[in-house]
Design a protein around this ligand. Structure first.
Ligand code: GLC
Length: 423
């Protein structure tokens, strides 16, 4: 329902520029995300390119959920639409969308060599550079410095510790009359974001990556089961039942209004939490996500977005020029400073102006460099199905429909069936 509505609005936006485009030499349509300040930053970048080149650009905003965005793009691209020239694509999509995307290497003048090599490799499919890295992401832990200080609690190193601290602070705050307070908010809706959160829990307990790099299905193991049991114990204890329907922005809404001690989110939430009108401005710390017990490890799922040019674009040259402009050093610097979007160019992690605004870009550099990839390279075209099966299985554990053991056994069976067709 929602998707077909969006399809329509994307289509109408596309037609509008077609009409308007009659008087312009070149018209480009770009789809941008709209999470937090994303759309505004995209608009500003696009306006600068428009001023520089004199070209006309139309923006199409897309659904916040990566899962919904993917199905919208799949509908548009499989219909061979010419309505979108430049697409913002998730780090897990190159394998699934490559057939619809242009090889950018003839247009970049080697600029990709300045970006993280792992992302360039990720975006190269069958020798084609199908997208340029725009910003990278890794899950991080936000915490309330003031509340931990007030109750003399440590910044948690393990999930067990996080649970204890969250319980303690939540109970104290509630008995002091703050009934809205919760310990921990995160992304529990059945969508791509839950796959990201679950991968962090599982990997932090040394429970693997659901499917490993060679394509072996590894999800059915005791550490993965413990990780999911731990997460389901949070519901209605330190996490509100509503978390089962939270994406990034819902979690941020609760945390930023002052009603949570901890939040799992991506770096974009930093600038917004620190903004002038934020009730928690100056009270926020950011660290690596906790380890799964003493033998576990800190793990942040690798996220991030790329810019690609549709193979059906009528203006590939101008579209690629816009991609080069938006992914450039200067533009990534502006986005890092104004919106805490992680650059994909290593040098920007040493830039004084960037570090002054977002100190944790320096402190957590390793987390960003070594984000845990979802199994999108090993499962290729099947990744969408793998992720859907994963977030549905995890959601059923969190909502009490299945035990963690039943869910991973079921998930394993589904993945085996999918893999029989090859991945
Ligand atoms: C962020 C990440 C992206 C991920 C999404 C899940 O946007 O950058 O990679 O798929 O969150 O919600």
């Amino acid at each position: 329902m929602k998707t077909s509505h969006l399809y329509k609005s994307a289509f109408i936006a596309g037609s509008a520029w077609l009409l308007a485009g009659a008087v312009h030499a070149t018209s480009i349509t770009i789809s941008c995300g709209a999470v937090g300040a994303e759309l505004q930053l995209c608009e500003e970048g696009v306006a600068a390119w428009r001023a520089k080149t004199g070209n006309h650009v139309e923006l199409v905003s897309t659904p916040n959920s990566s899962t919904e965005r993917l199905s919208l793009y799949q509908q548009l691209l499989s219909a061979g639409t010419q309505d979108i020239d430049v697409l913002q694509i998730d780090v897990v999509w190159p394998g699934m969308l490559a057939q619809h995307l242009l090889d950018l290497s003839p247009y970049t003048n080697g600029a990709e060599n300045d970006h993280f090599e792992s992302l360039v490799t990720n975006n190269t499919v069958d020798g084609k550079l199908v997208a340029m890295p725009w910003f990278t992401d890794a899950g991080v832990l936000y915490y309330r410095k003031d509340l931990l200080e007030k109750y003399q609690q440590p910044v948690p190193q393990t999930w067990e510790q996080l649970t204890e601290v969250a319980e303690h602070v939540q109970a104290q705050e509630r008995s002091a009359g703050n009934n809205q307070m919760w310990g921990f908010v995160w992304q529990g809706r059945a969508y791509e974001g839950l796959t990201c959160d679950a991968l962090e829990w599982i990997y932090s307990y040394n429970g693997g990556t659901i499917v490993d790099q060679e394509g072996n299905i590894t999800i059915n193991n005791p550490q993965a089961i413990s990780a999911l049991e731990m997460a389901s114990s949070w519901i209605n204890n330190i996490s509100p039942p509503g978390v089962l329907n939270y994406a990034e922005e819902e979690a941020r809404g609760v945390f930023q209004s002052g009603n949570a001690v901890f939040m799992r989110n991506w770096p974009y939430a930093w600038t917004l939490a620190q903004s002038e009108d934020s009730p928690i401005r100056g009270q926020v710390g950011v660290v690596a996500l906790p380890k799964g017990g003493e033998d576990g490890r800190h793990a942040g799922t690798l996220g991030g977005w790329q810019l690609a040019v549709s193979r059906y674009s009528k203006n590939p040259e101008a579209a690629a020029d816009l991609v080069n402009f938006l992914t450039s050093y200067e533009e990534q610097k502006r986005r890092a400073i104004k919106g805490s979007y992680n650059p994909t160019i290593a040098a920007l992690y040493e830039d004084e102006e960037v570090l002054a605004e977002v100190p944790f870009f320096g402190e957590l550099y390793e987390t960003f460099l070594n984000g845990v990839p979802r199994p999108s390279s090993s499962t290729g075209n099947n990744y969408g199905r793998v992720s859907n099966a994963t977030f549905n299985a995890v959601h059923s554990v969190l909502s009490g429909g299945q035990s963690a053991q039943e869910a991973v056994e079921d998930l394993e069976r589904q993945l085996i069936r999918m893999s029989r067709r090859g991945w």
